[in-house]
Design a protein around this ligand. Structure first.
Ligand SMILES: [Zn+2]
Ligand SMILES: [Zn+2]
Length: 211
């Protein structure tokens, strides 16, 4: 036991010092970039939800349209979420720590397995409609209200999705620790989001803020 103690102690100390969020939350600035017409009450909700959850300063930028270069029409008219993230990385001013796109239009990505191959059946996953996408860790994410607004629990689901995608930017991966953690994988089913709480589990909180 004596042999193991210093190692255990060293690992514990190391993990205590590691936290994903390096800045004081009140010094973190997140920009919300509306694409198309996002109702004011939705912008207000996203702004207050992210502020209340993370303590960051949230600024709403003037709305703009998504460029044609991100547009695709394989199954239905959509904008590629991966292209949007690439563009946002170029657009993000240094005054912002993170940039979240909020789109009235449908967004999609190519869903791949762990080897990088398109999931089967390919016609389904080549242009796979999503509610949101965020790089992990990264500086930008995008969320679409297109599919959400037609369904029930619209506002509740939107609030959880924006917290989830920004969580990915902060470096939080999908969580399988907290049964109701907002960072759980929705596993291709929007109803799974309704089982989550609008909160990070204890484990994700520790990862983000340290002990
Ligand atoms: Zn996710
Ligand atoms: Zn968690």
């Amino acid at each position: 036991m004596k042999v193991f103690l210093p190692l255990v102690l060293a690992i514990t100390l190391f993990s205590c010092q590691q936290k994903l969020l390096k800045k004081d939350p009140k010094d973190v600035v997140v920009g919300i970039q509306p694409y198309g017409k996002i109702p004011q009450n939705i912008l207000d909700t996203v702004q207050s939800t992210l502020h209340d959850m993370y303590g960051f300063k949230i600024v709403v930028l003037p709305a703009k349209e998504l460029p044609k270069s991100a547009f695709i029409n394989i199954k239905s008219p959509r904008y590629r979420a991966d292209s949007i993230l690439d563009m946002q990385e170029r657009w993000k001013p240094d005054s912002l720590d993170y940039l979240m796109g909020l789109s009235e239009y449908d967004i999609s990505m190519t869903d791949r397995d762990e080897n990088g191959n398109i999931k089967k059946p390919e016609y389904k996953y080549k242009d796979w409609g999503v509610f949101g996408l965020g790089s992990c860790p990264g500086e930008t994410c995008v969320v679409s209200i297109f599919r959400l607004r037609k369904k029930k629990n619209y506002i509740d689901r939107l609030r959880k999705i924006v917290v989830h995608e920004l969580g990915h930017n902060l470096g939080l991966d999908h969580c399988d620790v907290g049964p109701k953690c907002v960072m759980r994988d929705a596993n291709e089913n929007i109803k799974n989001i309704d089982k989550e709480e609008l909160a990070l589990c204890e484990n994700c909180n520790k990862l983000l803020y340290g002990n």
